[in-house]
Design a protein around this ligand. Sequence first.
Ligand code: GLA
Length: 425
Amino acid sequence: MVAVTMRPASGGPPLGCLLALRFLTLVLWNVPGAWALDNGLAMTPTMGWLHWERFMCNTDCNEDPDSCISEKLFMQMADLMDSDGWKEVGYEYLCIDDCWMAPERDSKGRLQADPIRFPSGIRHLANYVHSKGLKLGIYADVGKKTCAGYPGSLGYYDIDAKTFAAWGVDLLKFDGCYCDSVEQLANGYKNMSLALNNTGRSIVYSCEWPMYMWPFHKPNYTEIRQYCNHWRNFGDIYDSWESVKSILRWTSSIQKTLVSAAGPGGWNDPDMLVIGNFGLSWDQQITQMALWAIMAAPLLMSNDLRQISLQAKTLLQNKDVIAINQDPLGKQGYLLREEDNIEVWERPLSNLAWAVAVVNLQEIGGPRSYTINVASLGQGLACNPACLVMELLPVKTKLGFYEWTSCLKTRVNPTGTVLLRLERN
Ligand code: GLA
């Protein structure tokens, strides 16, 4: 097991180059932050499933036996992730959120699962999940209590990290409720990172540190990146277009800060995918999938894999879009321009390719045409001297070759997105 150190995320330069690198990072704000938590994990954004948005803190297994937070729910999801093609396309981490715990620690001060809802315990669940070729995520909180009021980890970081490692847990989502001060919050997040590292087990560390920091002051993303594999910045996602829009609006409003923080080993987390639920229209689901790919976001679905439409499943399993999200270059995309309620986002990809998303934010009327001068894309390089353009969403279509001087016409549904991939020619 490696120690937590600052390191170049992708075999970067020796220390002698540090100053030059810092200068470059300042100039090219969309170059991913170079220094990441050195646990070798999350070299591309984490993919999986997380229970919170869809199942929340439903603990009533008498009233709602099929949807309460219980080992049965996670075993069923593990079965489906294995059998229904989710694992094949990359959804690997099956993650438990809040409300899995018993209300008290055990006599040795260890967290324990609710004995009624998790009668076989987390170790058994982890074995089951591993037997399906998947990984298990769990949830805890840096403060005195979890957000839903279960035991917090304050004062127990080492013991909790050891417990999770002993159970065979592969990811920890660490929430930030019930902290007394920003210092306690920051120290807690750092100490848990060190405690996880000390266990010797590879555990992805998913933080909410900056989200709880913002009300007090601007978070230090260089530092956060040294301790966390991904980090929530903004409030919880809801199953609604308003919520998805607010996340996109906030992300673009602060993108210089966020984009430079992201890169292999450490990612901004705009929260779960709510595709396949109740609140988003088809076009809005396309927008979430496309923009989460552009933003290099962890793809953590929160939906019911037992009852998901074929349409939503096909979108979530779209290999071309997942390839953009998982692009090994690991640079987060950004809003390039906004005019008349049309947003153009772009993301640099490996092999000089670019992803471009055209979003129609006008919520009145029908599909709108939008013409792009291809010379304006990819910092003038994407189609220089020419590029091959594929539409990936809504429908996979080869649009053909475009020379540097040509224009590309798109037609975008209200609240929908056209997602393109441009290969340099
Ligand atoms: C906070 C987090 C959510 C979820 C809940 C659980 O609100 O931001 O993602 O984990 O707590 O209580």
